[in-house]
Design a protein around this ligand. Structure first.
Ligand code: UGB
Length: 394
């Protein structure tokens, strides 16, 4: 008999849903695992149940970091076009978790459930993959922020390196194996001075531990593709901004402080040279993510490799191709907020920041059809509208 759509998504072995955790003593005293499956299982199954009929292109996607900025937007875009989506997020306190909870509410309203847990929890990952036949993983969970890496470097190793390996370890053992698209960073270009940055440029001079962990991930992706035949696509995001953004980023903090009449720190290079970024609007980034999922091909496993097949291993710049100075960013915000900023101009501290970023996106344009369409002014206008509304409700 042919399978119903939902049967091809949900693993058949999991028909019993326990409403309470088992009270039986743990089998092994050395390793006591807190199993949260009873909490999330029904919601996860609802989250992957398609709203209508499913097409041949239907994807079943696990989005890690789903309550994060990019994760929320990508989850919504996938759900809205009819894919099955489940989120995973550890709701850590790097910035106010209230914002993450609001994003979670937004997702829940649209039928996307976010499981609360860490990507380092392989037991949890195994249970999730045991419950749902994910075709794709959109891996966005990470410790972000360039400058915070000097304060807490081990959090970057934990989330960005150990967490990535834990996810890949689980994926490599599945059958069939999902294709994985994950967030790298423009920061891998480090101290490069050749502009604009192209994927083939050197990436062996990271200026921060954050950048070093993203670069390490690119090498780790290579090895899992080479040994286990996993399809892996790394996206080098360039300073992503927009509604529901990250409060630790300059545009967000500037907006907050300008409105409060507080000083903002504007970094400058030596001799007053302005610092610039290829600020990229979230909707453009989402298009890049979705296109990367759509073109990810298949993980072929060791079996496929033995047959001489190759799983895709790709890396793309997802930038805007038109860098602007931080000074220009502040000027736009002043106009939109109708308020003068109190600038405290300082020489850029040597804490991981780079002077300038600029993406060459020809590869992404060719392979993904990626073409950003939002300039900084338009994007910031949308951010400010969201921000003003959001703080009023807060
Ligand atoms: O592309 C990336 O891969 C990264 O993008 C983002 O990093 P950055 O480009 O550093 O963004 P962001 O902090 O907004 O600073 C923007 C500009 O404002 C300047 N800046 C910053 C703070 C400040 O107080 N003053 C200031 O002038 C600062 O010198 C800089 O020139 C993500 O945070 C990061 O997680 C990663 O994804």
């Amino acid at each position: 008999a042919s399978k119903s759509p939902i049967q091809s998504i949900v693993k058949e072995t999991h028909s019993t849903i326990h409403s309470k955790p088992s009270s039986a003593p743990p089998a092994s005293l050395e390793r006591v695992v807190f199993n949260t499956e009873h909490i999330w299982k029904n919601d996860v199954l609802n989250s992957v149940t398609p709203r209508g009929s499913i097409s041949d292109h239907h994807k079943v996607v696990l989005v890690t970091g789903a309550a994060g900025f990019v994760g929320t937007h990508v989850s919504l875009a996938l759900k809205r076009r009819g894919d099955s989506v489940v989120g995973l997020d550890n709701f850590n306190r790097y910035y106010d978790p209230k914002l993450k909870r609001s994003r979670q509410d937004l997702l829940l309203n649209e039928g996307v459930y976010v499981v609360e847990g860490d990507i380092n929890d392989m037991e949890l990952l195994n249970r999730l993959f045991d419950t749902v036949r994910f075709t794709h993983v959109m891996h966005l969970a990470a410790q972000a922020g360039v400058r915070y890496a000097m304060k807490n470097p081990s959090s970057y190793i934990h989330s960005n390196i150990a967490g990535f390996v834990s996810l890949l370890e689980v994926c490599k053992s599945l059958n069939p194996k999902p294709a994985i698209v994950w967030a790298s960073s423009s920061s891998v270009y480090g101290l490069n001075t050749k502009l604009p940055f192209s994927e083939e440029d050197r990436t062996d001079q990271p200026a921060s531990v954050y950048a070093a962990t993203k670069k390490a991930d690119e090498e780790i992706a290579h090895s899992y593709n080479h040994i286990y035949g996993l399809s892996l696509t790394g996206l080098r995001f360039f300073t992503v901004y927009g509604p529901w953004g990250r409060p630790d980023m300059a545009y967000f903090e500037f907006t907050k402080n300008i409105l409060k009449g507080k000083k903002i720190t504007v970094f400058q290079g030596p001799g007053g040279v302005s610092v610039g970024r290829d600020f990229t609007y979230i909707d453009d980034v989402v298009k890049g993510c979705v296109a990367a999922l759509d073109t990810a091909g298949k993980s072929i496993g060791r079996e496929g490799k033995r047959k001489g097949l190759k799983a895709p291993l790709r890396v793309f710049n997802i930038g805007n191709t038109s860098p602007e100075s931080v000074e220009k960013l502040v000027g736009i915000l002043e106009r939109l907020l109708k308020k003068k900023a109190m600038r405290d101009v300082q020489e850029m501290p040597k804490n991981g920041d780079v002077m300038f970023t600029h993406a060459n996106i020809s590869l992404a344009a060719r392979e993904l059809g990626y073409m950003p369409t939002t300039d900084l002014e338009t994007g910031l206008k949308k951010f400010v509208e969201w921000y003003v509304d959001w703080i009023q409700k807060d």
